[in-house]
Design a protein around this ligand. Structure first.
Ligand code: K7E
Ligand code: CUA
Length: 644
């Protein structure tokens, strides 16, 4: 029946009770005068682009795209020698992924603007982006995980970032078994990555082995529930084929509630065991330099079947829930049963009581299933068709995105009644409230992240960019302000008050702090060194020349490493380099930064190179030549600039 309704909306578009402010008022509300700054930074996941985009809100101006899980030829990310190690995994070099859920680091349950984490859904990973430089600094692979979707949410003081397996898989590494041994051989894994509070460095602390369901989304508790994390499950049917039908049979699946403090204690007290695993952990050791790839070979696991003490409970939740969201007080645990006719709301304090009273329906693999009526505190009626995700305004209201009926419903956390609804354009996935998923939302604006643009803008072919809608939620009723196209497919997004970040943003890389082993610290030290068949060019750039700019003595069979240091110390003065015929991207080098690109010439000749960024009035003069000779030639290795 869901399909019939869905099809009807697909073909008819959506109901057209478009409510927006008088367009003059709406324009006023999103207007940020030239030279003025937005109030909020918005960080939108890129979905299948693998990246993270940064927007100013409310103007909805695109500020930047931060490359994370996908190569980016614009900057050289994933092509430069410094960044290539970030993509190493136990499956080799993976230059792409699917990023869904950015989450800003927190202190006391509020976003602190130090780092932002984001998951890779396909080859399971978590990345950390430093919000001083807006660069990806670290990527950690998760073992025993098939699809790290329920990630990368942080606990209230960024003690942990969580991950989980969306597709259960055999737990031992590379286990080759029949797919229909699913119920016996496959397991789920919930992952707890602890964060160094000084450096942000991630460490795979432990995993919890759980029954082979699909662990879809997660959230950390807040306030009273801040020692807990929550994951939705679907496919409690344990289907491994035609999930569309086979995983939609049960009326209820579960929200898994895990006391992470207790779990961590159990690990410290020796209740876990280590098992073999292979996973990569890639990060920068210093401020600059080459990212290093390290390989972990074991992981600590807590298996609920082997441990008597309870630290995880299942909350029955209708029906194939997608999102699980925790209100700012930490009391309400809201499921997004995408096939459910209501929005179920569990109470954290009732959950604790039910645990206290051992109010269990059954126990699955050592995990008590709490009684639904004991934990539920409200069911929101008439939420629309296909509720997915909920955010909160901190003023007593929740906002749930509803996919099939393509709308946002606002409901009361007191009466559990819908108080307002507004259309989305079209088929909304996540929504995001400014300052959301914290204890103190700055609930001025809401962004709906939708799946199809259809007729909303000038058409751009059969595949169009995914839209977002900006709403004003400061009043009683939601008002549509703006409708704009995004990058990739944003799933979740977060927004933080700009003043929590902007004063800490670096304007340059300080040359004195340049710890890159191949940096050119003084322009006079520019040189070319041959080491066997590898030729290293130590090059510097300042307006408006490269040193050196004439290089001879490269031979076929050589690999050339160009280490370019941008010696500028002025904000936003960027140089880039591109070499004719190089099997690679350009590199863009920020002031004070060193980056390295490799090139293996395949033909003799003269190769021009040039600066790719329009850096000065004489930018077009910023160029040079490299001469490539036969392998056996006796052309000497020389380099120069001007008369030197
Ligand atoms: Cu609903 Cu990946 Cu969070 Cu898409 S997910 S919408
Ligand atoms: Cu340097 Cu253009």
């Amino acid at each position: 029946m869901g399909f019939v309704v869905f099809a009807a909306f697909l073909f008819t578009g959506c109901p057209s009770n478009q409510r927006m402010l008088d367009s003059g008022d709406a324009a006023q509300k999103v207007y940020v005068a030239p030279g003025e700054h937005d109030e909020f930074y918005g960080f939108f996941s890129g979905g299948y682009s693998g990246q993270l985009s940064v927007w100013g809100l409310p103007s909805s101006r695109l500020l930047k795209v931060i490359p994370v899980f996908s190569q980016d030829p614009e900057t050289g990310y994933g092509y430069s020698e410094e960044t290539k190690p970030l993509f190493e995994t136990s499956y080799g070099f993976i230059p792409w992924d699917d990023s869904h859920h950015p989450h800003i680091s927190q202190t006391d349950g509020d976003a602190d603007g130090r780092w932002i984490f984001i998951n890779a859904n396909n080859t399971p990973r978590i990345a950390r982006i430093d919000l001083e430089t807006f660069e990806t600094k670290e990527i950690l692979e998760l073992p025993n995980t098939g699809g790290n979707h329920a990630s990368s949410f942080v606990t209230s003081n960024t003690e942990y970032v969580i991950g989980a397996t969306r597709f259960s898989i055999p737990y031992e590494k590379d286990l080759d078994v029949p797919i229909d041994s699913y119920s016996d051989e496959f397991r789920g894994a919930l992952t707890f990555v602890d964060i160094n509070s000084e450096t942000g460095r991630m460490n795979l602390d432990f995993q919890v082995v759980v029954p082979p369901y699909n662990y879809d989304l997660g959230r950390a508790g807040k306030g009273a529930s801040s020692d807990w994390v929550f994951f939705t499950t679907y496919n409690t049917e344990e289907a491994h084929t035609m999930l569309e039908v086979n995983a939609s049979r049960n009326d209820k699946d579960f929200i898994a509630a895990i006391n992470w403090k207790k779990a961590a204690e159990l690990v410290r007290e020796g209740h876990g065991r280590t098992m073999d695993a292979e996973y990569y952990h890639n990060y920068y050791e210093g401020k600059q330099g080459y990212a290093v790839s390290t390989v972990g070979d074991e992981v600590m696991v807590l298996d609920t079947r082997e441990i008597d003490e309870n630290f995880i409970y299942y909350l029955p939740t209708p029906k194939s829930p997608h999102g699980v969201d925790i209100d700012p007080t930490g009391e309400y645990i809201v499921g997004g049963g995408k096939l459910a006719t209501i929005i179920p709301v569990h109470s954290f304090s009732r959950m604790l009581e039910a645990i206290e009273n051992q109010d269990y329906d059954e126990v699955i693999d050592g995990i008590p299933v709490l009684n639904y009526d004991s934990t539920i505190i409200g069911e929101v009626e008439n939420p629309g068709l296909g509720p997915l995700h909920t955010e909160f305004d901190g003023r007593g209201y929740a906002y749930t995105s509803v996919y099939i009926s393509s709308e946002i419903v606002k409901w009361s956390l007191e009466t559990f009644e819908v108080v307002d609804r507004i259309d989305s354009y079209y088929s909304i996935g996540h929504l995001m409230i400014t300052g959301g998923d914290t204890r103190n939302p700055d609930a001025q604006y809401m962004v709906g992240l939708t799946k199809t643009a259809k007729d909303r803008y000038l058409p751009t072919g059969p595949k169009q960019n995914h839209p977002a809608q900006l709403y004003d939620i400061s009043g009683d009723r939601m008002e549509l302000l703006l409708d704009f196209p995004t990058i990739g497919e944003p799933h979740y997004a977060q927004a933080i008050r700009a003043d929590k970040i902007k004063d800490n943003v670096a304007q340059i890389y300080e040359m004195e702090e340049n710890d890159h082993p191949d940096a050119l610290l003084r322009i006079a030290d520019n040189r070319v060194e041959r080491r066997g068949n590898n030729v290293h060019v130590y090059m510097g750039s300042t307006r408006s020349h490269f040193r050196p700019d004439n290089i001879e003595g490269i031979k076929l069979g050589d690999t050339v490493y160009v280490h370019l240091t941008n010696l500028e110390q002025e904000w936003d003065v960027v140089h880039g380099i591109a070499i004719k015929g190089a099997q690679n991207s350009e590199i863009l080098v920020a002031p004070g930064q060193t980056k390295t690109i490799t090139w293996t010439p395949t033909r003799t000749g003269i190769y021009p190179f040039y600066c790719t960024a329009f850096c000065s009035a004489l930018h077009q003069e910023m160029q040079g030549y490299i001469r490539v000779s036969e392998a056996g030639s006796d052309v000497e290795l020389t380099w120069k600039t001007g008369t030197n």
